[in-house]
Design a binder for this molecule. Structure first.
Ligand code: ADP
Ligand code: MG
Length: 334
């Protein structure tokens, strides 16, 4: 009898543990981290979910990231972009079509400061690689002749590239994917979460009724924060010369290239953080504003709906768009 009772006790305890273990008590968020897009990514979910629901969400997110990475990475054999760069002509559908269309729109918006046909210049300098070199003026001139987003044509689903160039989605891909993950998480009834794709943040909803606080890094400070912004249903995306760069003879060579000069950006800015519900735009515009410099970038940011921005100049002074100044409480300086 005693044995039966202890057996039943064990079973009951196990059932209880299982049912308790299946729910998030709402205090500890669910976080999953993984490598994708050549950087560390994580998704943190603050909603109460069963572990089955959460596992499902996590699986969907990772599958989506693998799929997008496979399409958009120009270095992966047989990726959509790699094949397009080889053949200069492809049928682009769905997300492949959408990202190209948005890229062209955002190039127009930034008067070509953001330009996905920058790839030949990116390859020439190799700032993101271990074969970085300073090219000759002649090499720059030759590569620059291939850079011009107007050489991409979208005709129905036919996409073509003339001029012998190639494309690079490095400055828009993660933003585009963030928007797609937001859609997917919302479809799974997630109401409070942080998507972090290598520091490109999207805040879904708020945390315990209060907006999330997203940190803005102080350039060249090894991860120290210079400010925090309140974020609710918005992306917060930064482009900066301190992120991936090479240094030679004391000079910094940024991975952000100026499509006009064919050289790494070297102007009055260290970084630009864009806050927008549209992460695709925020990603491309942060890079575009970096290229445009403080005055032109700020003017464009101020005249664009659903875009606020924090420009950090060479002395690490902050310059805010009108919307952020007016709502001073939206940003706290450290
Ligand atoms: P990260 O990808 O590190 O977040 P960005 O969003 O600023 O940084 O993207 C930089 C990447 O985009 C570069 O590594 C390069 O591949 C590409 N790129 C560089 N300059 C430009 C530009 N002017 N327009 C479009 N893409 C660019
Ligand atoms: Mg970008």
């Amino acid at each position: 009898m005693k044995k039966i009772i202890s057996f039943l006790l064990i079973i009951t305890t196990m059932m209880c543990l299982c049912s308790c273990g299946c729910f998030n008590d709402g205090n500890e968020p669910y976080k999953t981290s993984f490598k994708s897009f050549d950087t560390m990514c994580s998704i943190t979910i603050y909603d109460k979910k069963t572990s089955d629901e959460y596992d499902n969400i996590q699986r969907n997110i990772k599958t989506a990231c693998t799929k997008f990475n496979y399409s958009f990475d120009k270095y992966i054999p047989n990726s959509f972009v790699r094949n397009f760069n080889n053949t200069k002509h492809k049928i682009a559908k769905n997300d492949n079509y959408d990202i190209l269309k948005r890229s062209i729109e955002l190039s127009e918006k930034t008067s070509g400061a953001f330009d996905i046909t920058i790839s030949p210049i990116v390859e020439l300098w190799g700032v993101n690689t271990n074969h970085f070199k300073i090219p000759t003026d002649k090499e720059i001139k030759e590569a620059l002749a291939k850079v011009n987003y107007r050489q991409i044509s979208l005709n129905g689903n036919n996409v073509r590239l003339t001029g012998g160039g190639s494309i690079d989605l490095g400055a828009i891909g993660k933003g585009f994917v963030a928007d797609k993950l937001v859609e997917s998480l919302k479809n799974s009834n997630v109401k409070s979460a942080i998507i972090d794709l290598g520091g490109n943040i999207y805040a879904i909803g708020s945390k315990k009724g209060k907006p999330f606080k997203v940190g803005i890094e102080k350039p060249f400070s090894n991860g120290k924060l210079i400010a925090t912004v309140k974020a609710k249903d918005t992306s917060v995306i930064t482009a900066g010369i301190y992120q991936r760069y090479k240094k030679k003879d004391g000079k910094i060579y940024s991975h952000i290239m100026d499509p006009k000069t064919g050289k790494p950006v070297d102007n009055d800015l260290n970084s630009v953080t864009v806050i927008s519900k549209d992460a695709t735009a925020a990603d491309a515009l942060s890079t575009g504003f970096m290229v445009m410099g403080l005055e032109r970038g700020m003017a464009l940011a101020n005249s664009t709906d659903d875009v606020e921005a924090v420009f950090i100049d060479k002395n690490n002074n902050l310059h805010l768009t009108n919307g952020l100044i007016q709502n001073g409480r939206e940003i706290s300086l450290k």
